[in-house]
Design a protein around this ligand. Structure first.
Ligand code: SF4
Length: 286
């Protein structure tokens, strides 16, 4: 009998929790799984195939790769892999590589323009293919890094939504790996020997801000081992009355509140235990 690896069991559990918590997949959905050829999207597809085959909810999968016409892109790799997995798929060819080169000034990073072009094409493909959901391979560490990038460089308290409806209402994005750690995905991808295609064929420069934030969390993790779980928990445990956004809390019309100074302090500091330690109930991503 086939025994599933421990790491796969762990990833499947995390994915199941995310799908359940955010109502990502419903009966009759047709899920378009975006496959770039990186470890995250291979893992996403592999786990979703498992979920589809076992879940009581019936849904279909269509794998889609966008061939962006980057130099040296090994166009045969994904079709061969998808045939071997017997997954229905579509390869969409569009030369976004040339468009990005044309649009982005010399010395600037390509990735945000590239991602915007890619998103537009994938949204249109989902409509053509009558896909009700678009699954992306972003994981917990992407969400955490984006959260910090937005705070440090953009001045916004936001990360990546686990479920997102496009502005025109035609597409719904889901991120089933939202609770999965990158290190687990890396281990799983190595175990499965996915035929990885690097995402730097375009010769794009490293995003320095993202790399800096990644390093910061890795350093802090040495002192605060549960930092990632705590940050992810914080994103699902918001107190608008303890932030500074009057659009999310009506500070001007506060009625007199009954409560001691100690209550206020407890609320501000979290849930203090008898030894004075903070003891948050963390999302289990460790
Ligand atoms: S590394 Fe290249 S292909 Fe990948 S997102 Fe950035 S610009 Fe696009």
């Amino acid at each position: 009998m086939f025994v599933e690896s421990k790491i796969k069991t762990k990833l499947l559990r995390r994915m199941g929790e995310a799908i359940e918590d955010f109502g990502m997949i419903e009966e009759g959905d047709r899920v378009m799984v975006c496959l770039s050829g990186g470890k995250d999207s291979y893992t996403l597809l592999d786990l979703l195939i498992d979920v589809r085959d076992r879940a009581p909810v019936q849904f279909d999968i269509l794998a889609v790769n966008l061939d962006q016409k980057q130099p040296n892109f090994p166009a045969h790799v994904l079709p061969e892999y998808l045939h071997s997995r017997r997954v229905p798929f579509r390869i969409v060819e569009s030369d976004t590589y040339s468009a990005v080169k044309r649009l982005v000034p010399e010395g600037k990073t390509y990735c945000s323009v590239c991602a915007r072009l890619r998103r537009g094409i994938l949204y249109q493909t989902a409509v053509e293919e009558k896909c009700t959901k678009i699954a992306l391979g972003h994981h917990a560490d992407d969400i955490i890094n984006t959260f910090l990038l937005n705070i440090f460089f953009v001045g916004q308290l936001k990360a990546m939504p686990p479920v997102l409806r496009s502005d025109d209402g035609r597409n719904t994005i889901i991120r089933p790996l939202a609770y999965c750690r990158e290190r687990d995905i890396t281990e799983f991808a190595a175990q499965k020997e996915f035929p990885i295609i690097p995402c730097d064929l375009c010769g794009s420069q490293t995003n320095l801000k993202r790399a800096r934030v990644k390093r910061l969390i890795t350093d802090l993790e040495k002192e605060i081992p549960h930092i990632r779980a705590s940050m992810l928990t914080a994103m699902g445990n918001v107190s608008p009355s303890h932030l500074l956004d009057p659009n999310h809390f009506d500070f001007k019309n506060l009625r007199a509140r009954v409560g001691s100074v100690e209550d206020e302090l407890d609320a501000a500091l979290g849930h203090a235990d008898p030894d004075g330690e903070l003891t948050p109930a963390l999302v289990s991503i460790g």
